[in-house]
Design a protein around this ligand. Structure first.
Ligand code: APR
Length: 344
């Protein structure tokens, strides 16, 4: 099969012919329909974050496809079934899994990190973890449910428990933040989208944002003041989807008494949270990681009935040979790009 091979940081992926893997007991071989191009891969390619499986290996963790071969003992699937592969696989038996928090599984395995991923014609997956994709969810664009939509779903629904009528601020409207906007809007919140790029704010409006704020266009970039002027108080919930210590503090400062700030973006740096407010105003700062397997069928159903848009989110598609161009769009924060997919 053809695959884009990751040889290590600071070098482009190389498209090569490699042996097609054989499914072992309990596994399926999936013919990849599409794999979303995610910021997480940039951490390995550009910033030297090590992958658990040492290179050479295949990245890509946001995949959909069809079942191409069944390993021994697999009865759940048949050939050509349409499947979605969750980005992260959980063990099901560790203490976190046992209390229903599989997204923080002690033994989690991620495609394109611990095991070979889906920037390839085929990928192996445990049969028990694949999810069925109905005919009326497009298989190619549906691939982005595996991470770009599921991670925001977990943040909005499970961690923040956003309710209809809540005011929500979303800092950063890239691949992750834009889906916080659309999921929060889908569950009935009034959403204020915050981004430095006017194009991203336009996308946010298209996907349900009530209001938008560009920090570059307001006095001293004070989003907290702008929000209080706009709605008379702070927001119930703020999501930080950038991964920047400063914007985490900015997001925190937009919440009202009793409000919650959810950190969705990743940074290894510390942030200076005003903990006096945490105590005195009973505010919360919480994190959010990935998504639990139990939620995927709900997300797929929301996509099927159009409550969550997927087609609109995919702004570009590339063959394996164009994969480095797709990463360039992400690297350069291309204003017209929300999510690119690779169609091997
Ligand atoms: N203020 C407002 N918006 C900002 C700022 C800022 N200071 N800095 C960057 N942004 C916006 C960018 O314009 C872009 O639209 O944040 C968005 C980031 O989007 P992407 O680069 O597409 O990143 P994404 O894939 O959404 O990931 C965001 O989540 O999962 C983590 O590792 C990931 O930390 C990263 C974060």
């Amino acid at each position: 099969m053809r695959a884009a091979i990751f040889y290590g940081p600071k070098q482009p992926l190389k498209v090569e012919e490699v042996p097609t893997p054989k499914p072992g007991p309990g596994e399926i071989l999936v013919k990849v329909a599409a794999c979303g191009v995610c910021h997480t891969d940039m951490h390995y390619i550009d910033h030297g974050v090590p992958t658990f499986k040492p290179p050479p290996m295949i990245l890509g963790h946001e995949a959909s496809g069809t079942v191409a071969e069944l390993g021994e003992g697999v009865t759940k699937w048949k050939l050509d079934d349409r499947v979605l592969l969750p980005a992260v696989l959980s063990c099901g038996v560790c203490p976190s899994c046992r209390i229903g928090r599989e997204n923080i599984c002690d033994n989690m395995k991620m495609f394109g990190n611990h095991v070979d991923g889906a920037y390839a014609e085929y990928v192996l997956a445990p049969a028990k973890d694949a999810l069925s994709v109905p005919e009326d969810v497009p298989l190619i664009e549906g691939s982005i449910i595996a991470d770009a939509i599921s991670t925001p779903y977990h943040a909005v629904v499970n961690r923040a428990k956003v309710k209809p009528g809540d005011w929500v601020a979303v800092f950063g409207c890239g691949g992750v933040g834009i889906n916080c906007v659309q999921v929060a809007a889908a569950v009935g919140a009034s959403v204020i989208a915050v981004d430095l790029m006017p194009e991203k704010l336009e996308f946010a409006k298209m996907l349900g944002a009530q209001e938008t704020i560009n920090p570059a266009e307001i006095d001293k970039g004070r989003v907290d003041k702008a929000i209080r002027k706009m709605i008379g108080d702070g927001v119930d919930i703020a999501f930080e989807c950038i991964g920047n210590p400063k914007t985490i503090v900015d997001a925190y400062n937009t919440i009202k008494k009793g409000g919650t700030c959810v950190v969705v973006g990743y940074t290894h740096l510390p942030a200076e949270i005003p903990v006096a407010k945490t105590m005195f105003f009973e505010q919360s700062l919480i994190g959010s990681l990935g998504c639990r397997p139990v939620d995927y069928p709900r997300i797929i159903e929301m996509a099927r009935i159009g409550k969550i848009k997927v087609k609109e989110l995919v702004t570009g598609s590339f063959g394996l040979d164009g994969i480095n161009d797709a990463f360039d769009l992400l690297r350069n924060n291309d204003p017209k790009t929300l999510r690119s997919v690779i169609i091997p």
